[in-house]
Design a protein around this ligand. Structure first.
Ligand SMILES: C[S@@+](CC[C@H](N)C(=O)[O-])C[C@H]1O[C@@H](n2cnc3c(N)ncnc32)[C@H](O)[C@@H]1O
Length: 245
């Protein structure tokens, strides 16, 4: 089993949360003046808003999410996945900041595919380096598609059933999806996860933890825990594994 200590998590994550929040507030206000409102749940509006941002603007409005990812993702991973190479999907990867955290913490030899609806985000994501904590490059590719569509591999084929060990979503499901739009995502999660596979799904204003837990329970997924970036984090990620029946 993969275990990640709190000391290691504290040493790796970025600090300065007050500056990060101040920058987010200023840039979100400037974007709103240009009519760019990214806090939406209609996929077309979400894609248009994110596609209209520069990389700096995205990094500013996504700063608190990036700060949280370096704390939430390792806590969600620790004790829940085997310490062996994993096939990983990162839903709604943006410019790849959640993908970077997954690359850093997932076991060496893991392979990650990021999914993103706003194509310009992937231009930025492709420019990043993805490294494991031992320094080695990690195999990462990206697919431009909505996560409410059947999951495809780079090249266009459907992701084979029962072939994925870990699905991560940071800042997407609880921030841009609602129970109705989450239904096709859940069907795909159930299709592609291996029997022991794990889903780490963010919760937030558009899909709260109790609603997500009941939707996942109805699809026979067991909740393994709710992990947060700090104790009063109102969002975080909830971890699920298929319930052996
Ligand atoms: C708050 S950002 C989070 C990015 C990244 N996961 C992170 O944690 O830094 C949300 C991202 O999800 C993408 N997104 C929102 N709805 C989506 C959908 N239905 N399908 C694919 N991507 C989506 C947005 O375009 C945006 O890049």
């Amino acid at each position: 089993m993969l275990f990640i200590s709190e000391n290691e998590i504290r040493a790796a994550g970025p600090g300065g949360i007050l500056g990060v929040c101040w920058r987010q507030w200023r840039v979100e206000r400037a974007l709103a003046r240009r009519g760019i409102r990214f806090r939406a749940t209609t996929p077309d509006k979400v894609a248009a808003a994110y596609a209209a941002m520069s990389q700096d603007e995205f990094d500013a409005i996504n700063g608190p999410q990036d700060w949280a990812n370096w704390r939430t993702i390792p806590r969600a991973l620790s004790g829940h996945v085997p310490d062996e190479p994993l096939r990983v999907l990162d839903l709604g990867c943006g410019t790849g900041s959640s993908t970077c955290v997954l690359a850093h913490y997932c076991p060496a030899g893991s392979r990650i595919t990021g999914y993103e609806i706003a194509e310009p985000m992937l231009t930025f994501a492709n420019r990043r380096a993805y490294r494991h904590r031992d320094g080695d490059a990690v195999a990462v590719d990206f697919v431009c598609q909505g996560v409410t569509e059947p999951f495809r591999q780079f090249g266009g084929d459907l992701v084979p059933g029962a072939s994925v060990d870990l699905i991560n979503a940071s800042g997407v499901i609880g921030h841009h999806l609602e129970p109705e739009t989450f239904a096709p995502v859940l069907a795909e999660i159930a299709r592609v996860l291996t029997p022991d596979g794990v889903a780490m799904l963010d919760v937030g204003p558009t899909l709260a933890a109790p609603v997500l837990k009941s939707l996942m329970a109805a699809a026979h997924f067991l909740c393994l825990g709710h992990y947060r970036s700090w104790f009063a984090d109102p969002t975080g990620e909830v971890v699920f594994r298929r319930n052996p029946r």
